[in-house]
Unconditional design. Structure first.
Length: 312
């Protein structure tokens, strides 16, 4: 049996699991799971993890631990990102998570998250040359510039910005559907944060990763059931992102929940997420982006299978 590893990305909005085995071409997924637990609920306001959010997330991790036992993985690694960086109570949560997983989640900083995102996002994509990868999370957005050649992916610059779909939704949106003043406040926060990002390089390929971007692709493809094979590598035009963002902003929450391609638990924050994607594309001067269904968990799996013992 080929060597098997399991990697977990414990994010602000969702928890992702990858169980993969080593092949000459790189990691091959045996199981992928994604569960929206909203660990970062209320963190932007309280700076504390809510007990109910911790309970939801730990219940998810218990189920993932059963998956890891079932696949008899040789090594496992878990990382926590924005919510665990920002909130009090993270130590108690990681202790409880470690008891379930058999490994302590490592709370990584934005720079480390960006490097794993860059490596993982490009996994399974054929593109080479200069690349800008961006990851819209629940609490933060990472923008990473680098070069991908035949041998490896090299990060040149990275920034983690405190603009995420959950964070900005909780900060600004009170109406259903959101009113124009609320949307303008969201855009203003996004643009203010992007002013601190590295200067865009228009010759670079733009790659978008994580749930917001893959959801926009699933909506564009009108998928009844999410299909990673169709989403990974799909090209989204900027005009399509703008059109979908407008449509989402016009719908009520209940109408969004019924939309083809949209996971109902993401229906509240997707309006803000779509605006982040649209403004990043504007900032980068890109008319299209390549969608990646991969990210931190894939970068971590490549690292483990390359022989690194830990996520640090």
């Amino acid at each position: 049996m080929n060597r098997r590893v399991a990697t977990l990305d414990i994010g602000t909005n969702s928890v992702l699991l990858l169980i993969a085995e080593a092949t000459p071409a790189g990691p091959r997924a045996l199981l992928e799971r994604a569960t929206i637990t909203r660990l970062g609920e209320g963190v932007d306001r309280t700076r504390r993890l809510a007990p109910a959010a911790c309970e939801r997330t730990l219940s998810c991790l218990a189920a993932y631990a059963e998956d890891m036992r079932r696949f008899d993985v040789a090594e496992r690694a878990a990382v926590g990102t924005s919510a665990l960086r920002d909130a009090a109570g993270g130590g108690d949560f990681t202790r409880d998570a470690a008891a379930l997983l058999g490994v302590t989640p490592l709370v990584i900083d934005g720079t480390r998250e960006a490097a794993l995102t860059f490596r993982g996002a490009l996994s399974g994509l054929p593109q080479r040359g200069g690349v800008t990868v961006f990851d819209v999370g629940g609490g933060s957005t990472e923008i990473v510039q680098g070069v991908r050649d035949a041998g490896a992916a090299h990060v040149e610059s990275a920034v983690s910005l405190d603009i995420g779909s959950v964070r900005l939704f909780e900060r600004h949106v009170r109406s259903d559907p959101p009113n124009e003043l609320e949307l303008e406040r969201v855009r203003a926060d996004i643009d203010a944060a992007l002013a601190h990002a590295p200067p865009s390089a228009t010759a670079r390929l733009l790659v978008g990763v994580a749930g917001t971007v893959t959801t926009l692709a699933a909506i564009a493809l009108e998928l009844d059931d999410y299909d990673p094979a169709r989403v990974h590598g799909f090209v989204l035009a900027r005009t399509d992102v703008a059109r979908i963002a407008r449509k989402l902003a016009e719908l009520t929450l209940e109408q969004r929940r019924a939309l083809r391609g949209l996971e109902p638990k993401r229906a509240d924050v997707i309006v803000v997420g779509a605006l982040i994607v649209e403004r990043v594309m504007h900032f980068a001067g890109s008319e299209e982006l390549v969608v990646s269904d991969r990210g931190v968990r894939w970068g971590l799996a490549e690292q483990l299978l390359a022989g690194a013992a830990t996520a640090s």
